[in-house]
Write a protein of this length. Structure first.
Length: 128
């Protein structure tokens, strides 16, 4: 079993002009676009494919060896997709920091919101 790759363009912010003439709502939507595409991929594509692989393990119709091989391939591809996503987040961080020329913007990512965020900082939260 092979996983479907995430092929959506996640460079939404990077493709904006250096001084984008967008409304606040449009800019917010642009920032949310990549995360929503990733969420859609995980929930609608990746998890169902992983569930199918797990169901195959539990099924009497599939040999244990085939299921383990399939699951191993699926997990290897998932790790590759996560690496690609991490690279895209890094590129997004670089792009966002460039939008505020002349200013230093702190951009961080993590699974829980830090105890203190200051005005002008950007924080991307991911969920495990």
């Amino acid at each position: 079993m092979t996983l479907t790759e995430l092929t959506e363009n996640l460079n939404t912010i990077q493709s904006l002009a250096d001084n984008p003439a967008l409304t606040a709502a449009q800019l917010k939507a642009a920032f949310d676009d990549a995360a929503n595409k990733i969420k859609q991929y995980i929930n609608s594509t990746l998890l169902p494919e992983l569930n199918t692989a797990i169901e195959n393990l539990e099924s009497e119709d599939s040999s244990v060896e085939e299921s383990i091989s399939s699951l191993s391939t699926t997990l290897t591809e998932a790790v590759g997709n996560i690496t690609t996503l991490q690279s895209n987040v890094t590129a997004l961080q670089t792009t966002v920091s460039g939008l505020k020329s002349g200013a230093t913007t702190k951009i961080t990512i993590g699974s829980s919101v830090p105890s203190s965020l200051q005005n002008g900082e950007v924080y991307f939260q991911y969920f495990n």
